[in-house]
Ligand binder design. Structure first.
Ligand SMILES: [Zn+2]
Ligand SMILES: [Zn+2]
Length: 264
């Protein structure tokens, strides 16, 4: 049995991640329109009707835009913590009671043969949380939309095989860029987003001997570039004595196109 995943789309225009084993298929967030979500599934050759559920990280529209329509269309159960349910319910449209489930922050829940652990993050939403996925000793981490990476989070995500990790902005591009100061301050705050450099510093604390791939995720369209994110992260990790290409590889994610289905 193998754990596989694809980052279907990533960035402030919409986020969605797909995780599967032979017997279990999960979607984490559906931040694009129902139509775009269907297209993303076509691109990875999977049928959304086969999903066992949608896990929701938090109620920001780049994570829930397609949740309601997708759940209705494909008859999927939705899992979120109580505060997120309250905050997002009005935006999802009508969801049947038998499609609503609670997944508390800090809970470990078995979805078939995938053990999912949720962990809270510091971000300006009602009760944002992200996830680790474990199957037969393998561990996949999804962690974006964080103001900073706390020691508690590092403890939870430590030594994963694969990290899908926020690398939101380049500090200088954000500082020099056209965003109003209030928005800049929000992004830079403890409840905003993680910069390239902070992502790399956090990663250097949690990368383990088994870590094989790191996917840089939730890149800002205005305040980052794929090459810049990769270079910045690479440089910091190098300074920490970690060699990309030998120990592990860095991968991009894209706002429009899924990453190739990969084995954890
Ligand atoms: Zn987001
Ligand atoms: Zn968010």
């Amino acid at each position: 049995m193998t754990l596989r995943f694809s980052v279907l789309a990533s960035g402030s225009t919409g986020n969605a991640v797909y995780v599967e084993t032979e017997e279990q298929r999960l979607l984490i967030d559906a931040g694009l329109s129902g139509k775009k979500m269907d297209e993303l599934f076509q691109k990875i050759n999977r049928d959304p009707k086969d999903l066992n559920g949608i896990l929701v990280s938090h109620e920001h529209s780049d994570h829930i835009k397609g949740v309601g329509i997708f759940a209705r269309k494909h008859k999927l159960p939705i899992y979120a913590n109580e505060k997120t349910w309250k905050a997002m319910e009005g935006q999802l449209g009508t969801i049947a009671t038998d499609q609503k489930f609670t997944f508390a922050t800090g809970e470990v829940k078995a979805f078939g043969n995938i053990d999912v652990e949720s962990f809270g993050v510091s971000h300006d939403a009602a009760e944002p949380m992200f996830f680790t996925f474990q199957h037969e000793g393998r561990k996949l981490v999804l962690a974006t939309d964080m103001g900073y990476v706390s020691d508690r989070i590092k403890g939870t995500i430590d030594k994963a095989d694969i990290f899908i990790f926020e690398s939101n902005h380049d500090m200088n591009m954000l500082r020099m860029g056209r965003y109003p100061w209030s928005v800049k301050r929000r992004i830079l705050s403890d409840v905003g987003h993680v910069s390239n450099e902070d992502a790399a510093l956090a990663l250097s604390d949690v990368i383990g001997d088994n870590t094989s791939r790191i996917y840089l995720a939730h890149l800002s369209l205005d305040n980052n570039m794929k090459d810049l994110a990769r270079l910045s992260v690479e440089q910091v990790l190098k300074e920490q004595g970690m060699a990309i290409g030998e120990q592990f590889e860095l991968y991009d994610t894209d706002p429009q196109n899924p990453t190739a289905l990969a084995v954890v």
